[in-house]
Design a protein around this ligand. Structure first.
Ligand code: TA6
Length: 278
């Protein structure tokens, strides 16, 4: 098993941050005056064959097992490939890192795909994923910035901004058809939902005395996930008791909102985090 080299670490007046070239995987963002915003598992693997557990995994060119429900690796290749850093500049306002990836055609995804990922570690965390089709045939992708947020205790967290939005519930024994969110989200069991939503989402965390605002562009879906007890215990790279300290709120284009990219065209999805003290 080939272990990963150390991550790139960045410090500016605005924030500190860190990312691995493996998966262009952001693993830390701490804006000045706040506690770390991203969650990392203490059981994460750091080898070339595995996805890192926590931070911001990039799901591409499919989400989960894909729309056909039979694709592997889970969440696609991007998070287990080494990305190339084409720019890394720091000013007092923050650090900008530009990652690039060229995916060659494969049996499971028979298209060349180029991706560029812009990360700004500033007073906000700004992420921008651009997918370009260099080939001669259109292709369809799913994508997600699968962000793990650190929370004080999931039992006291409230998520607002999704009231009235339809969602597909992927939790065990959930209905196969979409349901509509009623009010804010509170967490009492495994929660795994793909919402149809383009708007901002607010994560209110009374224990850490902060709210985190998630903003997106060109993202039709917001995914909300906490594995709860049984699923946390079933994941070898996730500590059995870690589920209370994390929540995924992801910007995505998945399932029926997959994106078709014409030859020579590009699609850019953006995702931003902002922290406010309560
Ligand atoms: O985004 C939520 C989800 O699709 C869950 O169903 C769960 O599988 C999670 O992603 C983590 O997936 P991973 O392949 O990283 O273990």
């Amino acid at each position: 098993m080939t272990m990963l080299p150390s991550p790139r670490r960045f410090t500016s007046d605005a924030a500190t941050g860190a990312a691995y070239d493996h998966g262009a995987h952001v693993v830390e963002w701490t804006p000045a005056g706040h506690a770390p915003v991203l969650w990392m598992s203490g059981a994460s693997r750091f080898d070339m064959a595995s996805a890192i557990r926590g931070g911001v995994p990039i799901c591409l060119p499919w989400f989960g097992a894909g729309r056909s429900l039979d694709l592997a690796p889970a969440h696609g290749f991007a998070r287990i490939r080494t990305w190339f850093v084409s720019e890394a500049t720091t000013t007092p306002a923050g650090t900008t890192v530009r990652y690039n990836l060229e995916l060659a055609p494969s049996e499971v995804f028979p298209h060349s795909l180029n991706a560029e990922y812009l990360v700004v570690f500033g007073t906000e965390l700004a992420l921008e994923l651009t997918v370009t089709n260099p080939g001669t045939d259109a292709f369809t992708i799913e994508e997600a910035l699968h962000t793990y947020i650190a929370v004080g205790d999931i039992h006291s967290v409230v998520v607002s901004g999704l009231d009235g939005c339809a969602y597909l519930d992927k939790a065990p024994e959930a209905p196969a058809t979409a349901v509509v969110q009623q009010g804010d989200i509170v967490f009492t069991d495994e929660t795994d939902r793909v919402y149809s939503s383009t708007g901002d989402v607010v994560i209110t965390d009374p224990l850490l005395k902060r709210r985190i605002i998630v903003s997106k562009t060109n993202s039709a879906n917001t995914v909300v996930w906490n594995p709860w007890i049984a699923k946390a215990a079933a994941m070898p790279d996730f500590g059995d008791d870690e589920w209370t300290g994390m929540l995924c709120v992801e910007g995505a284009n998945a399932l029926g909102d997959a994106i078709t990219v014409e030859p020579g065209a590009s699609h850019t999805m953006s995702y931003r985090l902002r922290v406010e003290a309560l």
